[in-house]
Design a protein around this ligand. Structure first.
Ligand code: AMP
Length: 533
């Protein structure tokens, strides 16, 4: 019988019923409370018509109750689909249309979003609504509410047949404008969680940060790493995300033993000098994943926290949380040398291949592929994209995922990340396809031509998104107005921050927009291309 994520948590509840499981602001759940609440919700979901393999959309703010919801969905043998409540309605609707949930679980601050999504999405109107906190908007008649959930017994569900293999779907930015749903099997997440909790030496009572938003796969590790080991999960309120001093205070006050975030956050904290010498005496490990952590920022952290172990984790959502790791042995001597992404985690294999699909010799740049236990079950209902990205493995054993990353293997066998082979970028830790931003620009009728490029220079939050455009003849479209139009279609983190109005846009010899010139000339210096916003 395969191990299931929620069973790991139930086993912890049996071992540590009264221990704290998850905390955020003034809400704290013990393991028993967490597991029982999830069981009650699972009963409600089955009564609302959920059957094995159905999807349940989560339009919930980050909170202990959102963790209950995930576990409840899994116990009902369904897949949960976290939907960022910061999404504008059209984008959230595209996700709902794609996954056609049986139930949408929502709570107070997401009322307007849910109403707006229902206005444009038939799939959203067809879904039953479970309303978990506060009053539901008048137009929505929920199938069940908080009182109905609380009234259920916490007796285990007695479900016949085999449990489902897939646990959740995480939607990431798609280059055509449609978010792509990555389908994650229980086994893929369990494999990483078991390796990582063993490697990092998780203990009951550990106090682990939950910084990542729940639609981002790093949160899968926060949640199941902590809750499978009897540790405490301390959810970082999203409003602290960009406040380095408050994040540092959070680590101190909660006496965290582990901090895990995207590098932009650590970089930001280093730049603002939020970490003091010998700060955070309880902290034993700091992990990062999702993008490059600049070596000077790491040196800053390591010099201040000599008692802490620092580990770089690398991996795409399609290979579940992380696929390789590198624990930095000592403070790097050379700030110009990037930190390796290391070696594969247990159960994973990585290949650096040349253009012909042969192993690239040590030191030479090639395409990075990942195979092994962490592979996703492909893209939700998209066999074409799945077949293009998940190809027969180089060693003949199953499939491997084409990451789109460029990498090289050192003589010592360590893998080094070099960059991207396409236009996917990271900005403030968010994975963004520039094509998704261009698709949103395509819907603006007053534009003659446009292009979006990213520049890396002098931006400690990762890449800076830059937009060059020409309005239609005789049309005025200042950047501030274009930004507002885009904000109705894209989440805030995808909005360009630098603008250039130019007519025509530069072209290369083939007559295509010359993106390199935009990067190297138009947006070359921080002062160039400054506009609204
Ligand atoms: P996501 O699916 O959001 O986890 O994004 C995956 C992509 O983020 C990878 O394909 C890489 O381009 C990048 N990435 C993830 N981890 C690292 C890392 N430790 N160092 C450099 N880039 C990373």
């Amino acid at each position: 019988m395969p191990k299931l994520l929620h069973d790991l948590v139930s086993a912890s509840a049996d071992r540590h019923p009264t221990a704290t499981a998850v905390v955020m602001r003034d809400r704290r759940l013990t393991y028993r409370q967490l597991d029982d609440a999830a069981t009650r919700l699972a009963h409600c979901l089955r009564d609302a018509g959920c059957r094995d393999g159905d999807r349940v959309g989560l339009m919930l703010p980050k909170s202990p109750d959102a963790v209950v919801a995930m576990l409840g969905v899994l116990k009902a043998r369904c897949l949960y689909v976290p939907i960022d409540v910061q999404n504008p309605a059209p984008r959230a609707a595209r996700i709902v249309d794609a996954c056609r949930p049986r139930v949408l679980l929502a709570a107070k601050p997401a009322g307007t979003l849910l109403e707006n999504v229902r206005a444009v999405s038939e799939a959203a109107r067809a879904a039953a609504v479970g309303w978990l906190e506060g009053d539901a908007p008048a137009e929505i008649a929920p199938a069940f509410g908080r009182d109905d959930v609380d009234a259920r017994p916490a007796t285990p569900l007695d479900l016949p047949g085999a449990p489902q293999a897939n646990a959740h779907i995480l939607f990431t930015s798609g280059s055509t404008g449609l978010p792509k749903g990555v389908v994650i099997p229980h086994a893929a997440a369990v494999t990483f969680v078991e390796w990582a909790t063993d490697y990092f030496g998780y203990q009951p009572g550990d106090r682990v940060s939950g910084h990542a938003p729940f639609h981002f796969d790093l949160s899968t590790f926060d949640i199941y790493g902590a809750l499978s080991t009897g540790a405490e999960l301390h959810l970082v309120p999203p409003e602290l995300n960009l406040l380095p001093a408050k994040l540092a205070a959070f680590i101190r006050e909660h006496e965290l033993t582990q901090w895990f975030s995207v590098p932009s956050v650590m970089n930001f904290m280093a730049r603002m000098d939020a970490v003091k010498p010998n700060d955070f005496p309880s902290l034993t490990r700091v992990l990062w994943c999702g993008e490059v952590l600049p070596t000077p920022a790491l040196i800053h952290w390591m010099e201040r926290l000599p008692h802490v172990r620092f580990t770089n984790l690398y991996g795409p959502t399609e290979a579940t949380i992380a696929s390789s790791f590198y624990t930095v042995p000592s403070v790097p001597a050379d700030p110009a040398l990037p930190i390796p992404i290391g070696t594969p985690c247990a159960g994973e294999r990585m290949f650096v291949l040349d253009d012909a699909g042969r192993p690239a010799p040590a030191g030479e740049i090639g395409h990075l592929f990942i195979a092994g236990a962490g592979l996703a079950d492909g893209y939700w209902e998209d066999p074409e994209k799945t077949a293009a990205a998940f190809v027969p493995a180089a060693d003949g054993d199953g499939l491997m995922y084409r990451t789109g990353d460029l990498a090289k293997r050192g003589e010592d066998g360590l893998i080094h990340f070099v960059g991207r082979a396409d236009t996917q970028i990271k900005s403030r830790g968010y994975r963004i396809e520039l094509g998704e931003i261009e698709a949103a620009l395509g819907a603006v009728e007053r534009l003659k031509e446009y292009a979006v490029v990213a520049v890396d220079r002098d931006a400690f939050e990762g890449a800076t998104i830059c937009c060059a455009y020409a309005p239609n003849e005789g049309t005025e479209l200042p950047p501030a107005e274009l930004r507002t139009l885009l904000a109705a279609r894209l989440p805030g983190y995808m909005l360009p921050t630098r603008w250039a109005v130019m007519d025509p846009l530069p072209k290369n010899a083939n007559g295509k927009i010359d993106r390199r010139r935009l990067q190297d000339e138009t947006f070359a210096t921080p002062a160039a291309g400054r506009g609204a916003a």
